[in-house]
Design a protein around this ligand. Structure first.
Ligand SMILES: [Zn+2]
Length: 435
């Protein structure tokens, strides 16, 4: 009897602790299939990857074409009764979930001998559409090639990609949907200066705020994912704005009978895109596992409900504090101001241009990188410092005597430091960094 209870304790132990979020993270570190940074991934790369995945026995079929005739694929895994539908990159420049989906499906396929994955295989059928907007992905732009935001086409259905998404949903009637996006990297968790690295929304799908069982279940699953990800990004998880939009797919797919969870991936300063892929991988697995082992039923929806809502506008990429601004073309006296600049969203292998967003007293705002510029003159590299100007600055020590009206200023008076599109090209340690 004593031994029997020991065995039970042991079984309980391996059942509950063998697949924690940290285990999934370690598994991803060792096994992840994706090697290309999501933002660098092209449709041609995806096709090659899908060819590889096919060899593992995963079911992959072309389910439609984009406006520009690029193939759109659906991958299927599992043979269970509960239908799970997941789609990524409906916005072409929101790529994190595409490799995360592949990583998850390859992981599930390769580890089918594990008991808990067998349970998933026997209870779920997952259908995933990675890169729903391949034309947008090719150009790294939000919209499709018609210039239409596919996520505002759920009612009009003027895009082939939107019509496909609706067709796939309607023909299959999944029990749950995962709508996978990226949000601005400067989105914050409430009014804190913390980046919202991941934000969740259990979509309601109606304007009146009426809930239903699927929505309540999805709130609990969002709680499960939140608890799991807090191991890695505590304080960096937000709740996405839940106002109803009758043109958006998340809302309409929920309204059509497939309650949707929206996952928006932001960024985390000094962590690369693959870290975000890993977070997605973990989130999907804990969500699916909780659905199958029914642990979501014990989860507290309040964990999700108490997440602070996303906010924006108070966090910048860079702020130069108390700089002495010289608008030399105006030949006016220097003035003191904080200067904030933001970088545009670009592929990892491209330079992200930066633009001036605010000039003045920015003491209530913060930035991912802040510099103390009080001992320096700041000169806009090309012309006058203005909102919308390029974020390229020359810095001169205040102790120097400079003729600001000199022809070819940079040549006549070489600057002490130069900041250009998010990088110091000269004097990189000169301005004190603020933390
Ligand atoms: Zn999006």
């Amino acid at each position: 009897m004593k031994y029997l209870s020991l065995i039970f304790i042991f079984l309980f132990f391996i059942n509950t602790t063998a697949q924690t979020a940290k285990d999934f993270a370690a598994d991803w570190d060792k096994q992840h299939f994706s090697k290309i940074l999501p933002s660098n991934l092209r449709h041609a790369d995806l096709k090659k990857q899908l060819d590889e995945i096919k060899k593992l026995g995963l079911k992959i079929e072309e389910v439609g074409r984009s406006y520009d005739n690029r193939e759109i694929y659906q991958i299927e895994w599992g043979k269970g009764a509960t239908k799970v539908f997941m789609w990524s990159q409906m916005h072409g420049d929101e790529p994190t979930a595409t490799p995360a989906l592949l990583d998850m499906l390859v992981y599930l396929q390769k580890n089918r001998s594990k008991t808990w994955i067998k349970e998933l295989e026997n209870n779920l059928t997952i259908r995933a559409v990675p890169m729903l907007n391949p034309d947008g992905a090719e150009l790294f732009q939000r919209r499709n090639l018609q210039g239409i935001d596919i996520n505002r086409d759920a009612a009009a259905l003027e895009t082939s990609e939107g019509r496909l998404l609706k067709k796939l949903r309607d023909a299959w009637s999944p029990a749950i949907g995962f709508n996978l996006h990226n949000q601005n990297s400067l989105t914050t968790v409430g009014k804190t200066p913390k980046q919202a690295t991941i934000s969740f929304l259990a979509v309601l799908g109606n304007a009146e705020g009426k809930t239903n069982d699927g929505h309540e279940r999805n709130k609990r699953i969002c709680s499960v994912m939140t608890s799991a990800l807090e191991n890695f990004i505590k304080g960096h998880i937000g709740r996405y704005d839940d106002s109803y939009n009758p043109r958006a797919f998340g809302d309409m797919i929920s309204a059509w009978g497939t309650p949707v969870i929206l996952i928006e991936t932001g960024a985390l300063h000094n962590r690369d895109e693959m870290f975000l892929v890993k977070l997605n991988f973990i989130a999907y697995l804990v969500a699916l596992k909780s659905l199958v082992d029914k642990s979501e039923r014990q989860a507290d929806a309040k964990i999700y409900e108490n997440l602070p809502f996303n906010d924006s506008g108070d966090l910048f990429n860079y702020i130069f504090r108390k700089a002495n601004i010289v608008n030399f073309a105006e030949n006016a006296a220097p003035f003191t101001a904080d200067v904030a600049i933001n970088a545009e969203r670009r592929r990892a292998d491209e330079i992200a241009p930066t633009y001036v967003r605010e000039i003045g007293d920015l003491s209530i705002f913060s930035a991912l990188d802040e510099y103390d510029a009080k001992d320096f003159y700041l000169v806009q590299k090309n012309g006058l410092l203005r909102n919308g100007a390029g974020g390229e600055f020359l810095f001169y020590k205040k102790t120097r005597q400079i003729d600001w009206m000199a022809k070819d200023l940079e040549k006549a008076f070489p600057p002490d430091a130069v900041f250009s599109n998010g990088k110091w090209t000269r004097g990189d340690t000169l301005l004190p960094k603020k933390f």
